[in-house]
Design a protein around this ligand. Structure first.
Ligand SMILES: [Zn+2]
Ligand SMILES: [Zn+2]
Length: 378
């Protein structure tokens, strides 16, 4: 297969990087992607989307989807690079600019061999991954219609460039949030003290009430409290995040945490409310397609590993609730991690990953159309 010009992909990535946009506001990003795709001769079918877009290549019934996310974060960039963010306080600190360049490259490479494809490839440029709404918006607008398998990637700063990892079954976590408010503490009680007792009880809940083999993280990430004078019971609240990889563990944790918050508060003469905010669900890779994705990665020269359970949340999980597919990690060798102002992924990952995804789509279509021929013959 022809290789797409690496310098071009890097230049596009840097342009996206310089002009990052927040979730749901990816207007200029969408316009740029549309322009580059159309200049390369790709079809950009109409879907009712405010931001984000879809490109298509090939002909026929068999249909594979590839997905990139395109949004950035409210983070101040601290890399000092020549192509650093020009939108103050907004940064591509999760590497979605890199993911976009990879899937642009895959789209162009597939376009170059369009007449040899055993079907169609639909490339999704998805907005609003960071607030976990974009995948659902795209699904509601019909982008999965006819799609038989879907693939996507996230760069992994902790892995060296040239390394690939995925796993069958559960991969990224259920990523939920909770908020606790200590209310109606009566005089003689201390809302701040009650809140700190609840936090301690929650921390030991995960070690006492769950199997050590259950993948489970509960972390308090912020706390607020106020008191006007020493006699005032005060007000206190805190919030945190919970990561699990199993539906039952998730449900049991929510129930146990709620009970614990209410009982610790009651024992101290206060009342506390516990609210749960469901995030993206556990991302479950289809075993067949996860293995297929690893095999193609090996063929194109990646160092292939089995991924560990990932504690991050990822809204690609919503696609995998509808159709089979696989999400994969590609090493980006950044000294600073995701969502950090110093995050700086290795751009050398872009061209090989573009080549990989075009090969993956190409071979997945061959397999799907061969399967389809078999069932017609039988
Ligand atoms: Zn992110
Ligand atoms: Zn991300």
């Amino acid at each position: 297969m022809t290789q797409v010009n690496e310098q071009q992909l890097i230049a596009w990535r840097r342009e996206l990087h310089s002009w990052p946009e927040l979730s749901g506001h990816e207007v200029e990003t969408t316009a740029r992607l549309r322009r580059w795709l159309q200049q390369a001769g790709l079809r950009v079918p109409d879907y009712p989307l405010e931001t984000g877009l879809v490109a298509e290549v090939g002909q026929g019934e068999a249909l594979i989807a590839l997905r990139a996310d395109i949004d950035a974060l409210p983070i101040h960039e601290a890399t000092g690079l020549a192509w650093r963010s020009r939108n103050s306080g907004v940064m591509h600190a999760c590497g979605h600019d890199v993911h976009s360049a990879v899937m642009l490259g895959a789209a162009l490479q597939l376009k170059a061999v369009e007449d040899r494809l055993a079907g169609r490839v639909r490339i999704l440029f998805q907005p609003a991954e960071e607030n976990a709404t974009g995948a659902r918006t795209l699904i509601a607008s019909g982008v999965l219609e006819g799609v038989q398998a879907i693939f996507g990637m996230h760069n992994e700063p902790g892995l060296p460039t040239g390394t690939f990892a995925t796993r069958a079954g559960a991969f990224y976590a259920n990523a939920d949030k909770f908020i606790v408010r200590v209310e109606r503490a009566t005089s003689g009680t201390d809302a701040i003290l009650v809140a700190s007792q609840i936090i301690q009880a929650l921390q030991s809940l995960t070690t006492r009430s769950f199997n050590t083999l259950d993948s489970l993280v509960l972390s308090v990430t912020r706390i607020e409290a106020q008191r006007d004078n020493p006699a005032d019971p005060g007000e206190a609240g805190f919030g945190g995040t919970v990561r699990t990889h199993d539906k039952q563990v998730r449900a049991r944790l929510e129930q146990r945490a709620r009970q614990l918050v209410e009982s610790v508060a009651a024992a101290s003469g206060a009342r506390a409310t516990f609210s749960w905010h469901a995030g993206p669900p556990v991302l479950e890779n289809d075993p067949h397609w996860a293995q297929f994705a690893s095999r193609v990665a090996q063929q194109v020269g990646y160092q292939v590993q089995t991924a560990e359970l990932h504690l991050g949340g990822e809204d690609f999980a919503f696609y995998l609730q509808q159709i089979p597919g696989a999400f994969v990690s590609i090493g980006s060798a950044s000294a600073y991690g995701l969502h950090h102002g110093g995050f700086n992924p290795d751009e050398a990952l872009i061209a090989p990953a573009a080549h990989y995804f075009s090969q993956l789509a190409h071979q997945a279509l061959q397999q799907l159309s061969a399967r389809c021929r078999d069932t017609t013959l039988n």
